[in-house]
Design a protein around this ligand. Structure first.
Ligand SMILES: Nc1nc2c(ncn2[C@@H]2O[C@H](COP(=O)(O)OP(=O)(O)OP(=O)(O)O)[C@@H](O)[C@H]2O)c(=O)[nH]1
Ligand SMILES: [Mg+2]
Ligand SMILES: [Zn+2]
Length: 316
């Protein structure tokens, strides 16, 4: 029977079937997908075929073709890559200016990954209730930067989001499968609960000493936005994921990194050399644009950090 993977614990998969039934399913040890070396052969959002064994165990025997997927390479692990989700229409990065502070490097690595896998991305700035004037200014400048690059941004406080399904933010999730990602403690699960209008996902306080999240969500789970219809082809789903620290990009050539930074790609056409990697080559238009302020220094630094990964061979 065909089903949709809506939960992934690492050892088993929660599958939602066409008739609305759900079951815990397993994958045999030798189940591999051609071409992708990852820690999880089946990802949340995958459509799968399930067959029941004689002892009643549900086995995932087949994986349907994916429309797309997003892969992240865990920082510091040389080979392990992890499929965050498959068949997603939008990736929303939850960002907090304070408590915890999301770095621009993290934001840019996430956005570059979305560009590489051709998944539309947006930024949702959360916890704006915690911001003083300085924080508000930082928020405004970040929003302006990313909006100018063409990424939609939203700012809200998930804690005080009212009458959920009617709130304007809920409308951005309509008719889509959306992946929520971000550092631990930024409020992914809180936002999900607010949108669903009920406390389904567990949330947890951030540490008072380091203002960092405590990794409350430990596995990915996909929730239907409106539970009136539970059909497989229900159009609106939100995927809550465990918080992550870093974003490693996968199998990417040095010359290719600039393609995933929209403004760098645009300006790089004016570089003297077609294989310019915008370090300090003569006639580099990107370097000049950073000096002129047409490319934000934070974006260029994020670009350099990814270049540095590939140079060091960390992610190879
Ligand atoms: N002040 C404030 N606190 C918030 C807001 N949103 C979430 N929080 C709090 O931030 C803490 C972390 O929220 P979670 O929803 O558990 O964060 P998460 O991103 O799911 O974290 P992980 O599951 O660890 O990845 C909780 O104590 C929430 O109550 C907000 O808008 N304002
Ligand atoms: Mg969570
Ligand atoms: Zn250049």
């Amino acid at each position: 029977m065909k089903g949709l993977v809506i939960k992934s614990t690492g050892t088993s998969y929660g599958v939602h079937f066409e008739d609305g039934a759900k079951a815990d399913c397993h994958v045999k040890g030798n189940f591999r997908i051609r071409g992708i070396r990852s820690t999880n052969p089946v990802a949340i959002g995958d459509y799968v075929e399930v067959v029941q064994g004689e002892d009643g165990t549900n086995w995932i025997t087949e994986l349907y073709d994916r429309k797309n997927y997003i892969v992240r390479r865990a920082t510091n692990l040389s080979y392990a890559s992890h499929i965050l989700a498959a068949n997603v229409d939008m990736a929303a990065l939850i960002v907090t200016v304070r408590q915890p502070e999301t770095s621009t490097t993290f934001i840019d690595r996430f956005l570059a990954t979305c560009e590489a896998y051709r998944v539309p991305a947006c930024l949702i700035f959360n916890k704006i209730d915690l911001l003083d004037e300085e924080g508000m200014q930082l928020l405004a400048s970040l929003r302006q930067l990313y909006e100018s690059l063409g990424y939609p941004t939203y700012a809200l406080s998930a804690l005080t989001l009212t009458s959920s399904p009617d709130s304007p933010i809920a409308s951005i999730f309509e008719g889509k499968v959306t992946l929520l990602s971000g550092n631990s403690g930024v409020g992914k699960s809180t936002l999900l609960n607010a949108i669903l209008g009920k406390d389904i996902a567990r949330t947890g306080a951030i540490s008072s000493a380091h203002h960092k999240g405590m990794h409350t969500t430990t596995f990915s789970e996909m929730y239907p936005l409106c539970n009136a219809t539970q059909s497989l082809n229900h159009s609106s789903w939100i995927i809550d994921t465990p918080g992550i620290k870093g974003f490693g990009l996968l199998d990417i050539e040095k010359e290719e990194i600039g393609h995933y930074f929209r403004e760098i790609f645009e300006i790089s056409r004016e570089c003297r050399y077609s294989n310019c990697i915008h370090m300090n080559e003569p006639g580099c238009a990107v370097n000049q644009a950073v000096i002129d302020g047409r490319i934000a220094l934070s974006r260029y630094e994020s670009y350099l950090s990814i270049l540095d990964d590939t140079t060091e061979g960390k992610y190879r």
